[in-house]
Design a protein around this ligand. Structure first.
Ligand code: SF4
Ligand code: SF4
Length: 61
């Protein structure tokens, strides 16, 4: 099963650390919220450990 990352808004502090964690540039700031552009996510899981708030999760693509 292919997965893609997403940000759980209720846990995200907006710190922005994840913006530089993705080798494919899938994280972006949109209207003051941090989001994953699913089409760019290649399921590498490199972002998983970067979030101190535990706000990054995965769902089926
Ligand atoms: S690292 Fe975590 S808390 Fe910080 S902006 Fe990204 S998802 Fe939100
Ligand atoms: S799983 Fe990999 S490609 Fe997808 S957002 Fe995280 S770091 Fe980027």
């Amino acid at each position: 099963m292919t997965i893609e990352a997403f940000v759980m808004r209720n846990l995200c502090s907006g710190c922005g650390v994840c913006l530089n964690s993705c080798p494919f540039g899938a994280f972006m700031k949109v209207d003051e919220t941090i989001q994953v552009l699913g089409v760019l996510c290649r399921s590498c899981e490199a972002c998983l450990e970067c979030c101190q708030a535990g706000a990054i999760a995965f769902k089926p693509k």
